[in-house]
Design a protein around this ligand. Structure first.
Ligand code: NAP
Length: 238
């Protein structure tokens, strides 16, 4: 592997993706970050290359991703992280909202992987790390659509892991429990605020770096991490 890796991180502007990007920069990597809006990103590090893109716009995505792959042939790792939460009973989702969630929390990840795999395979090594969720492992009340996406991502990761091993490409899935990020800003609930009641974005960045820094022949197929205590706080309605 090269001493300086170039990693693409989706959802790099905030939350888990921002923590992962900062950690990769600290470790000496170059980071190509994708999100819609980087105005909150305060780093001036020149090894961070932000690209403003709406990953939910699937019609435009293949062409846009192809351009990024052409501009950054050195990319040898993907962190598929961007996503959002919407929870409720199935009947509370409109058909449009179901499509939007599947596009964003499942299909765009497949598109990004599809666009970059041929390029990464040419290196003869590489990493594809998917940020799944505890919702990839067990369905829960009001989580049917979100869990459907995350379960599917797990199947995708397991299959792709078999498919790409002979190309030197490692595929890993990281499934966090509740992480204290803006993910919950628009939701009716959030994790407890005591330190043992939520993960920090840096915890996921640590797990990511564990995956990437393993010897080339070693794969962390799946990492599950959770706060010591699972506490869900429901917000008061105004
Ligand atoms: P977050 O703080 O809300 O960050 C979400 C990121 O995704 C932002 O960078 C956002 O950037 C980007 N994003 C959202 N929609 C996008 C779009 N249409 N196009 C491009 N980028 C888009 O959430 P987070 O907690 O870091 O979540 C990151 C991932 O972790 C998600 O896949 C989530 O399912 C998973 N996860 C989160 C938790 C948790 O408890 N927080 C637990 C398990 C798994 P812009 O808004 O600038 O586009």
């Amino acid at each position: 592997m090269p001493s300086r890796r170039r990693i693409l991180v989706t959802g790099a502007s905030r939350g888990i993706g921002a923590a992962i990007s900062r950690r990769l920069l600290t470790e000496g990597c170059e980071v190509v970050g994708i999100a819609r809006d980087f105005t909150d990103w305060d780093e001036t590090e020149e090894r961070f290359m932000p690209i403003a893109l709406d990953l939910a716009d699937l019609d435009k995505l293949p062409h846009q991703l192809g351009e990024i792959a052409r501009l950054h042939p050195a990319i040898d790792g993907l962190v598929l992280n961007a996503g959002y939460g919407r929870f409720g009973s199935l009947e509370e989702f409109s058909y449009r909202q179901i499509v939007e969630m599947v596009n964003m929390n499942l299909l765009q990840h497949l598109f990004v992987a599809r666009a970059f795999l041929p390029h990464i395979k040419q290196h003869g090594f590489g990493d594809l790390v998917i940020i799944g969720s505890e919702a990839a492992l067990a369905g829960g009340r009001r989580g049917a659509v979100y869990s459907a996406c995350k379960f599917a991502l797990r199947g995708f990761a397991q299959s792709l892991r078999q498919e790409t091993a002979n190309s030197g490409l490692r595929v890993s899935l990281i499934n966090p429990g509740m992480v204290d990020t803006g993910f919950f800003d628009e939701l009716e609930f959030a994790p407890g605020q005591e330190p043992s009641q939520h993960l920090r974005p840096s915890d996921i960045a640590d797990a990511l770096w564990t995956v990437l820094s393993a010897p080339a022949g070693t794969v962390f197929d799946e990492i599950v991490l959770n706060p010591l205590h699972k506490v869900i706080q429901f917000k008061k309605r105004p």
